[in-house]
Design a protein around this ligand. Structure first.
Ligand SMILES: Cc1cc2nc3c(=O)[nH]c(=O)nc-3n(C[C@H](O)[C@H](O)[C@H](O)COP(=O)(O)OP(=O)(O)OC[C@H]3O[C@@H](n4cnc5c(N)ncnc54)[C@H](O)[C@@H]3O)c2cc1C
Length: 457
């Protein structure tokens, strides 16, 4: 039976999980001792794509995927569904930290990643509600509009030609009735999907390729010895030749190699979704192109239409935590702020009800750049630091990781985020917490400065 909204929210399910209805998870890994060629911890976009790609490369291999929850319980089943090219935090941050050459390579990788997802959905006919409708990045104030112009110039410089267009306010108003939007960057080669449908389709693809997926199977320890790598779950022990840690925002909670614990910390982002709009309301909004939208605040809002006729909006602020509880699924204050922003942005929807609210964790590291790395002698591969922009990235990362498993030295596996020089998170809880607090405070300061007098309640 389908859960009520209250029941689904109590289970920390996303709107997509709630809407998709009852789901029967695979059985947990039974008690016992096992041997595998590749074990993958984490059944989100990264883990499931890697599983499928490894199996396609080497059909005889034994690949086991383990997830502590059901497939897609992590970020992959609860995101905005933007199949987009943003790498790390912002193009400016990437250029500042890594230089223009690497920023160009990253942009190329992300454009390839978006195409990878789009092609996969088309070629496998996946039921992911995919719409390749492009994306806007918008400014609300003169200060933001000035910065947006600079971002447009930078993106046009680092991306392949004709990847972006700039819209002034009159062009914006032809395509969306949102008087607060001053200008926009339009990026046609991007899309939106239903993340829950998509991650479940990826599970099916991984299984069809021959991987075994075990859900509700918590990995409690990882040990490396001269005899191999051993993964302990709540009931079983597996010896494996290769281990892939696709645990994203949970990576610091893993027990075992110290290195994985200081790669990243979680940040929590929240979303709300409206009740369905009437035909008249859609007409008044004029959102006929169905593009997804992000603003260019430091703490971005992201919003989009759904196939069931609603608007979902997320972001605006983030949650973070002192300890390792991974339990900040709900934040009523941020949900309330999102609702206020929604009504400010679309004054014609002042009376629209919000039907559902949820949250999820993204993986953030201290240099705001995705990382794929090795532990020890390259037999353990990890992937962290999606910085909230991982729908396309993590799936191409899955293909890249398969190349690392087979050791073929492909173009993908030479991408500079592999084995890069990363800034580790300081040990313990206090220093990382204070570090995040300071960064959050600085970003909020920029948003406050750029939005003085904007008039949002
Ligand atoms: C609300 C929200 C909105 C977002 N919107 C967008 C967007 O629109 N576009 C975009 O590009 N990105 C977006 N993102 C980011 C994107 O969803 C992620 O980058 C991506 O899904 C990460 O995929 P993953 O497979 O690496 O990790 P996850 O999907 O997080 O999977 C990690 C898995 O590891 C499992 N796990 C953890 N610890 C253990 C353990 N000890 N044992 C076994 N299993 C374990 C978890 O249960 C989880 O299923 C958003 C994220 C959130 C939370």
């Amino acid at each position: 039976m389908t859960d009520s909204i209250a029941e689904a929210m109590a289970k920390n399910h996303s709107f997509w999980q709630y809407k998709y209805g009852p789901y029967t998870a695979n059985n947990p890994l039974p008690k016992g001792h096992y041997q595998a060629d590749v074990v993958i911890v984490g059944a989100g976009f990264t883990g499931l794509t890697a599983a499928r790609e490894v199996m396609r490369d080497s059909p005889g291999k034994r690949v086991m995927v383990l997830d502590a929850n059901e497939v897609g319980f992590g970020a992959s089943g609860r995101n905005g569904g933007f199949n987009m090219t943003l790498f790390g935090m912002e193009p400016e941050t990437t250029v500042m930290r890594w230089g223009k050459k690497k920023a160009k390579e990253a942009q190329r990788y992300m454009q390839q990643a978006v195409a990878y997802v789009h092609n996969l959905i088309e070629s496998e006919n996946l039921n992911s509600d995919y719409e390749h409708t492009g994306m806007w990045r918008v400014a609300y104030t003169d200060n933001q509009a000035k910065r947006l112009k600079k971002t447009y110039a930078l993106l046009s410089d680092i991306a392949k030609p004709n990847s972006y267009e700039f819209y002034d306010q009159s062009k914006v108003s032809e395509k969306l009735n949102a008087p607060q939007v001053k200008s926009a960057i339009y990026e046609p080669e991007t899309g939106i999907l239903d993340p829950c449908k998509h991650v479940r389709a990826l599970k099916q693809l991984a299984e069809d390729a021959g991987a075994d997926v075990f859900e509700n199977t918590l990995v409690i320890d990882i040990r490396k010895s001269i005899n191999g790598t051993f993964i302990k779950t709540n009931q079983a022990l597996i010896k494996t030749k290769k281990l892939i840690l696709a645990t994203n925002a949970w990576s610091h909670t893993l027990t075992g190699p110290k290195k994985i614990q200081n790669r990243q910390r979680p940040a929590w982002t929240y979303q709300i979704v409206s009740e369905p709009l009437t035909d008249e309301e859609w007409k008044t909004l004029g959102w006929q192109d169905r593009m997804s939208i992000e603003d260019n605040r430091q703490f971005v809002h992201y919003l989009r239409v759904t196939t069931c006729g609603r608007i979902t909006i997320g972001g605006g602020d983030i949650g973070y935590e002192y300890d390792k509880d991974m339990n900040r699924w709900h934040d009523p204050n941020i949900w309330q702020a999102l609702e206020a922003h929604f009504r400010w942005l679309f004054p014609t929807l002042k009376r629209k009800k919000i039907d559902y609210q949820w949250g999820g964790a993204i993986s953030v590291n201290f240099d705001m750049t995705p990382e794929i790395g090795f532990i020890g002698d390259n037999d353990i591969i990890y992937s962290t630091g999606c910085i909230g922009h991982g729908v396309s990235l993590t799936q191409l990362n899955g293909r890249l990781i398969a190349d690392l498993v087979s050791g073929i030295g492909s173009d993908l596996s030479k991408f500079w985020i592999v084995n890069r020089n990363a800034v580790p998170v300081p040990p313990g809880n206090l220093l990382p917490y204070l570090g995040v607090k300071a960064v959050v405070g600085a970003f909020k300061g920029v948003d406050w400065y750029e939005e003085r007098g904007k008039g949002e309640t």
